[in-house]
Design a protein around this ligand. Structure first.
Ligand code: NDP
Ligand code: X2W
Length: 344
């Protein structure tokens, strides 16, 4: 199968290249960004002699004629204009941005402060949280690849929310990310001198992933109320840790909660529910497509602590996008994604 990538010079795009270069079924047919006739190895010298392909102009007709699938690894606002160029064409699309995720376009306007994408395509797009929406992803022409924080958060909350085990008003998510989550464009917030030996909270109660998380939680359980969700910048390149606190409605032992999570995820190659007493760290999943989950019930408060870790560029972006592509084309969901975490 031939694939094209738009936004190849970004961190999500170059992670797609890393995965697809050794994928058994997908061939990288064309790569694109705002630059043309520039070799990707000039932008990323680590690719020298491995992928020296040049970027070409974004011609939607040509891409649709020649490729089976295109990834939009472009910023929010740019993806929506690509949607206009690709709609009606005979090609499957996976968008890594937030542009197709929010079904209510007024939410998009409110949280992203940008013009929403074409409403019919937003309606049609399937939310590609791979573990949960497989049948829909399989049949989809447009996939909205989930955000990095929502992926870690939703995989960690799904079993207790679906089972109705928690007070629906009690969800608190304390999330932290490495700086590659902000992309490759230069910004003061991600300068070495700002991030190194520092730890900052940002976008307090205003993060654009809040409506995305709430939307999916409410699909699973309509009782869910607005959540508290905080994001912090870690002095790391890759990785997300989401620590979540929820109030259990009945007395549950930690062991029983772990059993529940293990039964939910037993057939999922990328979700590892850790045994009692172990809490995963970011290094446990670095550069891999795994999401690791640790759980503990505090018997004094009857609150459950859930720790969920992912690599933001893999399970949080390019890895999950390829997982969705595998599902869309009837391949094994872990095809081309069997990377062991990088350690140390
Ligand atoms: N980084 C992460 O961990 C995650 C990112 N995402 C989402 O994935 C998308 C990509 O993120 P990321 O790779 O980090 O972003 P980057 O800023 O690193 O890269 C953006 C890419 O988009 C290209 N681009 C920008 N404007 C245009 C345009 N008008 N037409 C064509 N290409 C354009 C850039 O090309 P050029 O070099 O030519 O400017 C670059 O290749 C974003 O929507 C982001 O929110 C989602 C989950 C996690
Ligand atoms: C560390 C960091 O800055 N992370 C970014 C993730 C943005 C992102 O992935 O954007 P969409 O999913 O909305 O497209 C942030 O918190 O805004």
């Amino acid at each position: 199968m031939k694939v094209s990538i738009i936004g190849t010079t970004g961190y999500g795009g170059v992670e797609l290249l890393r995965i697809l270069h050794s994928h058994p079924e997908f061939d990288i047919h064309s790569i694109h960004s705002t630059k043309e006739e520039v070799a990707i190895s000039d932008e990323y010298p680590h690719l020298y002699g491995i992928i020296d392909k040049k970027m070409s102009s974004i011609d939607a007709d040509k891409i649709a004629d020649e490729s089976d699938l295109v990834f939009f690894a472009t910023p929010s606002g740019v993806s929506s204009s690509l949607v206009d160029q690709f709609k009606g064409k005979d090609i499957k699309v996976i968008d890594l941005s937030g542009d197709l995720r929010l079904k209510n376009t007024s939410d998009y306007l409110k949280w992203y402060k940008k013009t929403p994408a074409n409403e019919a395509i937003v309606d049609e797009a399937v939310y590609g949280l791979s573990e949960w929406n497989k049948e829909q992803v399989k049949a989809a022409n447009w996939v909205a690849n989930p955000g990095c924080y929502p992926t870690a958060t939703l995989l960690g909350l799904a079993p207790v929310v679906k089972e109705g085990l928690i007070d629906p008003r009690s969800i608190i998510v304390d999330a932290k990310s490495g700086t590659s989550g902000a992309g490759r464009a230069a910004s003061r917030a991600t300068l070495y001198a700002e991030v190194n030996e520092n730890f900052k909270i940002y976008k307090v109660n205003e993060h654009q992933h809040i409506p995305e998380i709430e939307q999916q939680l409410m699909v699973w359980n309509s009782e869910i109320q607005p959540i508290t969700f905080s994001t912090h910048l870690l002095p790391l390149t890759r990785g997300i840790m989401a620590t979540m606190y929820v109030q259990l409605l009945a007395d549950w032992e930690t062991e029983r909660v772990i059993d529940l999570y293990q039964s939910y995820y037993e057939n999922e190659p990328f979700v590892r529910v850790r045994p009692q007493g172990y809490f995963p760290s970011i290094k446990d999943v670095s550069s891999s497509n795994y999401c690791d989950i640790g759980l503990h019930v505090d018997k004094r408060t009857n609150r459950l602590t859930i720790v969920s870790v992912i690599d933001n560029l893999m399970k949080g972006a390019a890895g999950q996008a390829v997982q969705n592509a595998n599902i869309m084309f009837g391949l094994e969901s872990h095809s081309g994604l069997k990377f062991m975490p990088l350690y140390p």
